[in-house]
Design a protein around this ligand. Structure first.
Ligand code: BEZ
Ligand code: FE
Length: 272
């Protein structure tokens, strides 16, 4: 009887003209019904779920997107990245873009310093090549990270414009280099329903220290990724599940502060 009810609902979409819409709403209904049956959802729990989603919507505005944060903290965003990424065993893995990317940052010279905050100095360097080992010259590399107070420029009026954001080009050998400071772990926003969900489920809100990278080069699939610090206490419990073992790096003591070396590997567009 239960299965025939689910069938009746999915049958109600029979006249849906758009095949993809029909596929998505039918699967949604099947999974929703199965979920409610599996946990034997009560009316009170259903009401609380509706209230939670209503509060999540009310928390959204032009800047804050609580539904995306919910998707991030439930692991849905990283599942989507995985489904939609072009896979190649030799290519660098992707990670979450997050809400703090900003376009329009001024391009800096090879080796420039992006930090206007005090912190532990780091020299980031490496190469961009393709899956066949060919260096990728003139690739656009965008980077952004938090200041030692755990905030991105844009969240924090006390940080100078463009602090800890950089835009670089690889040279003829596919190399990139810039100076910065060691990234810091930080909490995702907790002053909304997602924060309440984390408390109710016994979870912490921390993202392990990381620096974001976006790499774009003519003829290659764009790459959005991040490098995570191996010595961070949250590296195995990221609140938004963005860490992949291949993206964890070591900060090695160098000449002045730390040295962070990482090569990136892109997938040629024609193979996609
Ligand atoms: C970030 O890494 O910037 C981020 C990602 C997901 C949610 C919040 C922040
Ligand atoms: Fe981040």
């Amino acid at each position: 009887m239960n299965e025939s009810l689910t069938q009746s609902v999915t049958d109600s979409f029979a006249q849906c003209a758009d095949g993809r819409t029909k596929e998505i709403v039918s699967a949604l209904v099947r999974h929703l019904h199965a979920f409610a049956r599996e946990v034997k959802l009560t009316h009170e729990e259903w009401r609380r779920g509706i209230a939670f989603l209503t509060a999540t919507g009310k928390k959204c505005d032009g800047i804050r997107q609580e539904f995306i944060l919910l998707s991030d903290t439930l692991g849905l965003s990283i599942v989507l990245d995985d489904i939609n990424q072009h896979h190649d065993e030799h290519a660098t893995e992707s990670s979450l873009l997050g809400p703090f990317y900003r376009d329009g940052v001024k391009e800096s010279a090879f080796g420039a310093n992006i930090a206007q905050s005090d912190g532990e100095p780091v020299f980031f360097h490496g190469t961009v090549s393709d899956v066949h080992g060919k260096p990728v010259a003139d690739a656009l590399i965008e980077v952004w990270q938090t200041a030692p107070n755990g905030m991105y420029e844009g969240q924090d009026p006390d940080q100078p414009e463009g602090n800890l954001r950089g835009r670089f080009r690889t040279n003829a050998e596919g190399a990139y280099a810039f100076h910065s400071i060691k990234p810091t772990s930080y909490p995702i926003p907790t002053d909304g329903p997602v924060g309440q969900m984390l408390v109710a489920t016994g979870r912490h809100p921390m993202r392990p220290a990381h620096i974001h990278f976006r790499i774009d080069a003519h003829g290659y699939e764009p790459l959005t990724t991040a490098l995570y610090s191996s010595d961070d206490p949250y590296v195995k419990s990221d609140a938004v599940f963005g860490v992949k073992p291949s993206l964890v790096i070591e900060y090695v003591p160098g000449k002045e502060g730390y040295d962070a070396a990482r090569d990136f590997v892109l997938i040629p567009r024609e193979r996609a």
